[in-house]
Design a protein around this ligand. Structure first.
Ligand SMILES: [Zn+2]
Length: 617
């Protein structure tokens, strides 16, 4: 209830500020779309500068990618208060310089949507982009359409949206207009323009309650196979568990899941979501409620936990985000890593997955971190360089970043004999900092050292600031989990190649030969081979794993094994090729094996219980 009162008082301030006209007034008419373009009109706040720069952002928080949203702007014009044009110069991709800014009345321009941009020209991850489909759906991430005057990002914005009467705008913002075709949203700064996407569709919405918070689920399913009610049912148990995991009540009174479904993967070749303080925006592949529910659960579980980090614990780089020249924080291990860790931890603690299923998720992260990335790179250095120097290492925040949190959690549990976990540490940090109190990037570790025992300092210095490998054997041993780094045995296999998926060809491919064994070498695989059939069977990508499992159960020495692949030749042309050999057992290594120890000590059992079981189920 306190949060709600705060929201009301913000609105009162908003009205006062707007009356003084020290605000941006933006008008967008969704009924007038042409060729996937929208007209934007911005009435400027009162400015005293002789010239001023208007920009769209280079990047927005959470994407960790430079996108240059100014690319989508066309036909930019500035007018004085009498309607005469003012001189404008485009000074770079994202910025326009306006002369005689003290006379400025309004700006007009057109923006293209990002969902239909080129696939090869720095495509935008859909949850951060825009879609203008006049008959069915508008995804409005306002940072793709609305900018700010340099040094004037802390002013109020009044957003006026005109829409067809059958459309409803789903968002965590409050619509202040009662009209059927007009919505008005008021936000106190540019940060909150970026933080609050709206999705306009023929409504399909559902509501859930967690503690005292209202949760909106809004779904756009072009094939109409998925429904908001079905997805709400699919994530209810998870969200209730997340509410308990966070201590019963959420730090927000309202939260929106805006879920856009598509029949194809996005321009960046996948699907996913982007977090906001009061909601998250999803771009997922359309399907039935049942087919979607586990994807939605896994993605939503991560995004939802972002209400803790960075909403309630963040550094100044995030609080005062520099949209022109973004600077990274060194704490992605916390923002993304701990969020990903909690997303799985909640599922085992509240019985949504088994302890064995949880260990196999951890193992997958270990393999990813070990084989996909530079495992000895300092994680704080990776964080600071995530946009440029270490761009190719960035996604390790979801693998090794989560494992760092796992180690921290187990160490804290051991130090406190089960009484103090990572979530308690995060709650303590949230008491010191908060939505409106950022920390200095370099002070966070000292604050953590002051709240914990010396071994935590040693751990962070060695394994997060330093690049030493994570001490899995020791840390998992606290909870009676056996860890084997590498196990080599003679066994049957397809040859030990890595399997990937090529979305363009819609086929499985040989993605890596790193762990190829003697049988694999006999078969003669090459990286990039597209798999057409195995032993005469054309396999759908989803059937590959079960086919292999079945084959392993029945295969014997000397059986014929045949794979037909499409291989690119030196001249760039692809050719069908048949690879075959008689099956034999080869030395095969498996990595990062985890299992619950059969006879754990009482101390180990106590730690295991504190780690894997919730006490408020
Ligand atoms: Zn995230």
């Amino acid at each position: 209830m306190r949060k709600f009162a705060l929201l009301l008082s913000v609105l009162h301030v908003a009205i006062a500020a707007l009356a003084a006209d020290n605000a941006y007034h933006v008008s967008i008419d969704l009924t007038k779309t042409t060729d996937r373009r929208l007209n934007i009109e911005v009435t400027a706040p009162v400015l005293t500068e002789s010239d001023i720069i208007y920009s769209l952002p280079k990047m927005v928080p959470g994407t960790y990618s430079i996108y240059d949203f100014g690319r989508f702007v066309e036909d930019f014009k500035a007018f004085d208060r009498k309607g005469n044009t003012l001189e404008v110069t485009r000074i770079d991709t994202n910025s326009w310089k306006i002369q005689n800014a003290n006379l400025l009345g309004k700006l007009t321009y057109r923006v293209r949507d990002t969902y239909h941009a080129s696939k090869t020209d720095n495509p935008i991850f859909e949850p951060a982009g825009s879609d203008f489909q006049p008959d069915t759906c508008f995804v409005l991430n306002f940072h793709t359409m609305i900018g700010y005057f340099r040094h004037h990002t802390k002013l109020y914005y009044e957003l006026n949206i005109t829409h067809a009467p059958q459309f409803f705008g789903s968002t965590s913002l409050v619509d202040r207009d009662n009209s059927e075709t007009q919505d008005q949203y008021i936000v106190p700064s540019y940060n909150e323009v970026v933080d609050n996407p709206v999705m306009y569709t023929v409504p399909d919405t559902a509501h859930l309650r967690i503690g005292e918070s209202d949760i909106l689920i809004s779904v756009y399913s072009p094939a109409k196979t998925a429904t908001a009610a079905g997805i709400a049912k699919g994530i209810d148990t998870l969200l209730q568990a997340q509410g308990k995991y966070l201590g019963g009540n959420l730090p927000v009174s309202k939260y929106s899941f805006l879920i856009y479904l598509s029949d194809h993967e996005g321009l960046t070749g996948g699907y996913g979501a982007l977090e906001h303080s009061y909601g998250s925006m999803y771009y997922l592949i359309d399907g039935t409620d049942e087919a979607l529910s586990s994807t939605v659960r896994n993605v939503a579980s991560h995004e939802f936990f972002h209400i803790v980090t960075p909403l309630n614990i963040h550094s100044e780089e995030i609080a005062n985000f520099d949209f022109d020249n973004p600077k990274m924080s060194e704490h992605l291990w916390l923002y993304e890593g701990s969020t990903e860790y909690h997303a799985h931890s909640v599922q085992v603690r509240y019985g949504l997955i088994s302890p064995e299923g949880y260990l196999s998720a951890i193992r997958q992260e270990m393999n990813e971190a070990q084989f996909g990335f530079n495992d000895s790179l300092s994680f704080t250095a990776l964080s600071l360089g995530a946009l440029d120097k270490y761009k190719d290492q960035y996604t390790n925040v979801y693998a090794k970043g989560a494992l760092i949190s796992m180690c921290l959690d187990l160490k804290l549990i051991k130090d406190s004999e089960g009484k103090y976990r990572l979530m308690d540490l995060i709650n303590d940090l949230a008491k010191t900092y908060g939505k409106d109190r950022a920390f200095q990037d370099q002070e966070l570790f000292d604050k953590i050292y002051s709240l914990t025992k010396p071994d935590i300092k040693e751990f962070l210095q060695d394994h997060v600031i330093g690049g030493k490998p994570l001490p899995f054997k020791e840390v998992l041993g606290y909870a009676g989990v056996d860890y084997t780094k590498i196990k080599t045995e003679s066994s049957y296999s397809f040859g030990g190649f890595g399997v990937g998926y090529d979305p363009e060809a819609k086929r499985l491919v040989v993605s890596s030969l790193k762990n190829l064994n003697a049988f694999g070498r006999t078969m003669g695989y090459q990286e990039g081979d597209e798999i057409l059939s195995v032993n005469g069977e054309k396999l759908a990508p989803a059937d590959f794993a079960s086919f292999r499992a079945h084959w392993l159960k029945t295969v014997k020495d000397g059986d014929k094994f045949k794979m037909v692949v499409l291989r690119k030749g030196a001249n760039g042309k692809t050719k069908k090729k048949t690879l075959q050999a008689k099956v034999f057992k080869a030395e095969t290594s498996t990595y990062n094996l985890l299992s619950l120890a059969k006879d754990p000590s009482p101390e180990q059992l106590k730690i295991r219980k504190a780690w894997l079981e919730a006490d408020n189920k």
